[in-house]
Write a new protein. Sequence first.
Length: 293
Amino acid sequence: MRELKRSSVLSSKAQTRFHAIRRRLENRIPREGWRQYLYEFLLFGFKQAWACLFGGLLLFLLLATHLFYPDDAPLHRYDFLTICAIGIQLTLLLLKLESLREAAVILIFHVVGTVMELFKTAAGSWIYPEASVLHIGAVPLFSGFMYAAVGSYIARVWRIFEFRYTHYPPMWVTYLLAAAIYVNFFAHHWIYDFRWFLFAAIALTFWRTQIYFKPWQTYRHMPLIIGAGLVAIFIWFAENIATYANAWNYPGQEDGWEMVSITKLGAWYLLMQISFVLVSLVQKPQPMGPADQ
């Protein structure tokens, strides 16, 4: 009984203010027929928008400051973005719009992303063209928050849609796969690029895995490898907006913006596998059981 009460207290502490709003919307029952299908679709969109809150606000700031930030401002735009990103994170926590567990995931992504940024900018994969004071090497500190936005989305959507899985592979296998993907992001600059072998390894590891998500009252499902691909596509669209906003430049974009190569989808897909594994460190994958159906 004590363990049950303790579990209940911990669960309530992990909940955000959005939890009560979500439950009220989920408990609403429109009239039968097409209205229920429409309601489920709209509720799905609302939940997705909420899961994207951190990333959406950051992307809005990138574009707004690119268009309207004064050239003669005493604070560099990149530094302003860093301060705003920290402010967003603190505000979400203070208003209980984000849980401490989700903040922990964001911190992990920030560290992992910044390490990669330091290497990739040194290797010339991309550059940050504007000046800043708050930076490490050639990497402004706001860049880590862009990776953190991906982690924030995965952690939030995992909780909001109450993810369940069938045929999820052994955790140690996913850890090894994520580590191999992360190492390849660095090692391919010196040795063979193993990404095609990694794509094959992902397919073999997750080909039976179904992800179950709950938009409203009923669980829907799709193959995990397809779900990760869909998220990678949306990140690629966001990346095009970010590079247009001069957040960073790929080779060829220094003298004028052009769309990011579609081949970047592969890199984002690989990053999605790392993302799921990192989130699984704090939100263990739960199996789909008879009680959930």
